[in-house]
Ligand binder design. Sequence first.
Ligand SMILES: Cc1cc2nc3c(=O)[nH]c(=O)nc-3n(C[C@H](O)[C@H](O)[C@H](O)COP(=O)(O)O)c2cc1C
Ligand SMILES: [Mn+2]
Length: 446
Amino acid sequence: MNFSEVLAKLAAEGRLVRVKSEVDTAYEAAGIARAYEGRQVVLFEKLRGHSFPLAIGLLWNRDNLASVFDTTAEKLPFLFNDAVKSLHLNPVAPIVVDQAPAQAVLMPEPDLAKIPVPILAEKDGGPYFDNCVVIAKDPDTGVRNASIHRLMVTGKNRLGLLMDLGRHLRDYYERAEARGQALEITINNGVHPAYYVAAITPSAAAPIDVDELSVASALLKEPARLCKSKTVSVEGIADAQLIMEAAILPHVREPEGPFGEVSGYYAQRDDRWVVEVRAITHAVNPVISTLLPGKEVWNSVGLGVEPNIFETLSRQVKGLKKVYMSHGGSQYHVILQIDPPLNGMAKNAIMAAFACYPALQMVTAVNSDVDIYDAEDVERALVTRCDPARDIIIIRDALCHELNPVAPGGVGSKMGFDCTCPLPKERKYERVTFKEVNLADYDIEE
Ligand SMILES: Cc1cc2nc3c(=O)[nH]c(=O)nc-3n(C[C@H](O)[C@H](O)[C@H](O)COP(=O)(O)O)c2cc1C
Ligand SMILES: [Mn+2]
């Protein structure tokens, strides 16, 4: 299934809305998409001055995403986790195919203005691609890497790029730059979510000497399909909607940003890396894809982080039932559902969770009678089962996430809330329940 087939499947299930009115790529498309955040995928059929349609929101609803993989929202994180594990157990290497749908049309001259790249947030520095899979090759070993990077359109064939510290792409680039060389890349837009999941596999699970595109093979149940590029020595994704063949230039930095980031705050404008686009190929009638930083990212990051925390903690503590990276927590808050057999063990679970994922700022532990997907239920546990003097853990000056404004330079404090009931559980903690009924059994006029 390619990206447009994924959209067709979602449409057939009522999981996609079509915007028929002509819409501007600057601010307007994002404003409409925002109103659907967490619900259906939004397909903009007519964008002012453009011929290609644009889809936003493939990842913001777990039921939609689960349907793409023929599974349920509850099972989805474990499906992704198994695919990541296959990297070390039985990786299925990508193949390079001859006839790539992504290369059906070659733009005579690369021109980014021909692609409907939206300006998303009101103070963004320009139009942004923010969900493209960037593929590169290690300049020394040739091992392929895939990752997602925001890219600001700054010219007809020029983009500004962000590479955070520790990214494999940055490591490759710095070695190429030290030799005065550009780092060739392909930038793949409009891919099956299996490729996106492969690209966001954390470096702890996919070290620098491993080709994480095999994660896509595992999810697709067939080898990931790549294609030889026309102007660079790095492959593209054969079933992508559009591929930009490009290079990150050595010793060049230009202003990039601001960008309304997933934290809900703007990343500031600064001199950053520069990408020169050398060729653009695309499918026949391509559908361009982008995401709105927010639920789409919390969801997709959470789907990777949750099973990892679940498995790691389950080796150390007992009674762990579920893990959820809550959306209100902007990927910095994880909720553990746990019925620990011993007093104090929930606090151990909280500490272990912090160790699993450095970006975490907050961990909340609740018992299994609390719905961790319901923010009100969790808040209720906080005010009725967490004694602030005893049940809050504070860890000062630990490594956090540099995008979080409360952690300057990526260093900040972390806080854990133990909202589990002390054992033996006193009757005062018993929650009120009502008889379960099936409304379909009753004659009710609404
Ligand atoms: C939507 C989205 C956007 C991202 N944008 C960036 C970015 O602009 N710069 C960056 O360094 N990492 C970004 N990331 C994170 C990396 O893509 C991610 O950590 C990836 O696993 C890194 O791959 P690597 O381990 O091969 O370096 C983004 C992740 C997502 C989900
Ligand atoms: Mn990597």
